[in-house]
Design a protein around this ligand. Structure first.
Ligand SMILES: Nc1nc2c(c(=O)[nH]1)N=C([C@H](O)[C@H](O)COP(=O)(O)OP(=O)(O)OP(=O)(O)O)CN2
Ligand SMILES: [Zn+2]
Length: 136
């Protein structure tokens, strides 16, 4: 039987929304207050969903301890209390939460083996949330 297991993590980071492909005026018009040169911060909530067969012996899709280890090592340690604009990934990409969500999905999809990472959902504010499931 295939089942899905989701777990929630928290990370705090700052960012400034600014695209090198746009003029300063276009950046201000596109991103508004989020283009402020001083940046601003969020307490992101990251939800990770893993899917797989429920193991007959353990009764689990995967052990949350294993998922925690992977998420902490590859996501929390990398992004928590950082300026996302300084991360190598965001030298070419604007650090919107769409792009952060996709990046986290790809990191975990590649690295986590006990089950399949099928979705990442990130809440940026209580009103804004984003998800990615691997579609092109
Ligand atoms: N498509 C996207 N649009 C926006 C993103 C994004 O990542 N993708 N991000 C932002 C900002 O980062 C911004 O900080 C969001 O804040 P705000 O507009 O203030 O959001 P809320 O209204 O939900 O939060 P309040 O706490 O109620 O102000 C903007 N757009
Ligand atoms: Zn923001």
């Amino acid at each position: 039987m295939r089942a899905y297991f989701s777990r929630r993590y928290r990370l705090s980071a700052s960012h400034r929304l600014h695209s090198d492909a746009l003029t300063d005026e276009q950046n201000r018009a596109t991103y508004g207050k989020c283009n402020n040169p001083f940046g601003h911060g969020h307490n992101y909530i990251v939800e990770v969903t893993a899917g797989g067969q429920v193991d007959a012996e353990t009764g689990m899709v995967c052990n949350l301890v294993d998922l925690d280890g992977c998420v902490h090592k590859l996501v929390i340690e990398r992004f928590d209390h950082t300026n996302l604009n300084l991360d190598p990934m965001f030298q070419k990409l604007v650090p919107t939460t769409e792009n952060l969500t996709i990046e986290i999905f790809q990191i975990l999809k590649e690295a986590f083996r006990p089950a399949e990472i099928v979705r990442v959902r990130v809440e940026e504010t209580s009103n804004n949330f984003f998800e990615y499931s691997g579609e092109a």
